[in-house]
Design a protein around this ligand. Sequence first.
Ligand code: BV8
Ligand code: ZN
Length: 252
Amino acid sequence: MTDSATLDQLADRLRSAHAVTVMTGAGISAESGVPTFRGTDGLWRNYSATDLATPEAFARDPRLVWQWYRWRRGIIGRAEPNPGHLALARLQSRMRAFTLITQNVDGLHQRAGSTRVIELHGNIWRARCASGCGVVTDAAGEAAGDEPAGDQDPAPVCSCGALLRPDVVWFGEALDQSRIDLALRAAQDCQAFLVIGTSALVYPAAGLPRVAASAGALVVEINVDDTPLTPHAGLVLRAKAAEVLPALESRV
Ligand code: BV8
Ligand code: ZN
């Protein structure tokens, strides 16, 4: 756990900041029981995320890719926001200007009460037409009730006859320009940039802390392990997000 003096120092910095930006990764959902991407719990049938989260994998075997997403939807649908998500939602209402950027597609920040969340990589509960006819469906409501489709079910089909695909950004796909522009601006305009539960490996998201640092922000890494960002962070809280974020938020 991080010492009290460090938390007090950081809380002072957040209180005096005109704008605070936060970027989260899979590590903030770990304590909700959602597997991270690169931890040992992240494997599914011995596939890694980078094997399946690609347009090539979907073109090759859309049913396999949907089985993976349905497996994840099942876990996420049964997960609850943890104290880390909830602390960030409370923090948002206490800050003059607060932007939450997430690489996660699980929607747990919104379920915790965070608003105007920038979902850089999309959302697992939405699906969109793979041929680009414009159809987008949202299964978030189903998560509460209906059991996700069974393992053997085929990939869902759009009303235009093409396949539906998860409305997420796969490796090798460009991010939505408006989202990345919003995130860039939030990184450039803040005095404190908290980077929580990400291995800082996936670009362009992993480039945002450097943008914040070069604009003069204090970059704070909250993670249980070292990452490529650690040597560049102004402050490192080596702790679990669900433990340290409530302790920090209670001081602000
Ligand atoms: C693009 C959505 C261009 C899908 C995801 C070589 C160098 C640089 C870049 C590249 C390169 N080769 C290829 C690239 C580009 C590539 C990339 O960055 N690859 C990496 C792997 C090298 N990026 C892309 O392809 C991006 N697109 O560049 O497009 C372009 C431009 C124009 C036209 C065409 C193309 C798209 C990237 C998005 C991919 N989609 N997800 C889905 O979710 O199904 S990425 C996926 O990884 C998730 O979004 C995830 O969030 C993200 C990052 O992972 P993390 O969130 O960091 O999770 P991870 O498990 O890795 O780490 C967890 C961390 O938490 C750990 O550090 C752990 O210690 C910590 N932790 C654990 N428990 C806790 C904790 N911390 C605190 N508390 C705890 N309790
Ligand atoms: Zn369609």
